[in-house]
Design a protein around this ligand. Structure first.
Ligand code: ADP
Length: 315
């Protein structure tokens, strides 16, 4: 059976309960919610019952333990998370603006996860995994970049596979070395999972068809483009199609792409047909937006099947 690995940031998210432009006034907040794109992804993989692990670091504080407890209870192998006695767990404050965009205050650069490095135990954990999922957002610190590239190399060398979600926020795109690291990961990618315009990150192509053809020519086996409420599209050398999004009430979009990716990768690795994998990924992304908090809308298999069945009934 495959075992999925990811490496990257673990933090908590604290959410403003009223929309507005930022944090320059006192406002009610809720949280902490366990978070960090790689953590949300791997938690969703675990909740689907798929074997998985994450390599990261947290401080020995409540924000770290909130994450450890959640990941463990959802079945994630947390042996690769080091608890740093002198470190602090990162945090992100989020406030929705009236237009639906988000204002962030990140406190991750100097947090425990920014110091991720590979111990001998972490290398052994990497060698027990068959698939590596890379979150572009994790490539913000040189030691994490080195750790991720090492894992990608080792897993590929043993015949494993790599998926890659650029997951880029403008706040972190210009970290030193980020663009080079993204290109290096892309060259090793089997399954590319951009969101909307991220498809054009590495190309001057003007249309999706041309961009996808370039990716195929570069050795990427399949590309999945996430399209928010509109659903998602799948492209490989044999086929391409789009499935519409599920109709749900969106209360918090954070984590949708990570949960979507987790479901797609899990079904894809299990040998599901691309349509089946995309259907379940769309259902997983849709359920994720119905709850406040990045991991709070993560789904079990039964919950995905129930959403799929209910919308078939109403179709
Ligand atoms: P990201 O969070 O990476 O930017 P998207 O916002 O495109 O990704 O969301 C990922 C997936 O989650 C979408 O492709 C879709 O399947 C699902 N999704 C997101 N928002 C909604 C929504 N409002 N209604 C239904 N499905 C959604």
């Amino acid at each position: 059976m495959s075992k999925i690995l990811t490496i990257g940031e673990i933090l908590v998210e604290i959410v403003a309960t009223e929309s507005g432009n930022g944090f320059r006034e006192a406002i009610p907040l809720i949280g902490p919610f366990p978070s960090g794109a790689p953590a949300i992804f791997i938690d969703q993989v675990g909740r689907l019952g798929q074997e998985c692990a994450i390599i990261s670091r947290v401080g020995d504080d409540d924000f770290g333990h909130v994450n450890l407890d959640r990941l463990k209870s959802d079945g994630v192998d947390i042996s690769g998370i080091e608890i740093m006695p002198q470190g602090t767990t990162g945090s992100a404050f989020v406030r929705y603006r009236k237009d639906g965009s988000r204002a962030f205050v990140f406190n991750i650069r100097n947090s425990a996860c920014g110091t991720i490095d590979l111990s001998p135990d972490a290398l052994r954990l990497i060698d027990s995994c068959t698939h590596m999922h890379v979150m572009g957002s994790a490539l913000y610190a040189p030691s994490i970049v080195t750790s991720i590239l090492t894992a990608v190399e080792r897993i590929k060398a043993r015949g494993g596979t790599v998926s890659f979600d650029p997951n880029l926020r403008p706040e972190i795109l210009d970290s030193p070395g980020m663009r080079d690291a993204l290109k290096t990961v892309l060259a090793k990618t089997d399954l590319f999972m951009p969101s909307g315009e991220e498809l054009f990150l590495f190309t001057d192509a003007k249309t999706e068809e041309v961009a996808v053809a370039e990716l195929l020519a570069a050795g990427i086996r399949a590309t999945v483009v996430k399209r928010g409420a509109s659903g998602a599209s799948y492209f490989d050398s044999q086929s391409s199609f789009t499935l519409p999004g599920f109709k749900v009430e969106e209360v918090d979009p954070t984590g949708a792409g990570d949960c979507f990716g987790a479901a797609f990768v899990t079904f894809w690795l299990a040998g599901a047909e691309p349509r089946e994998a995309l259907l379940h990924a769309n259902a997983c992304g849709a359920r994720a937006v119905t709850k406040v908090g990045p991991m709070e809308g993560a789904s079990t298999r039964a919950e995905l099947e129930a959403l799929i069945a209910s919308q078939r009934k109403h179709a």
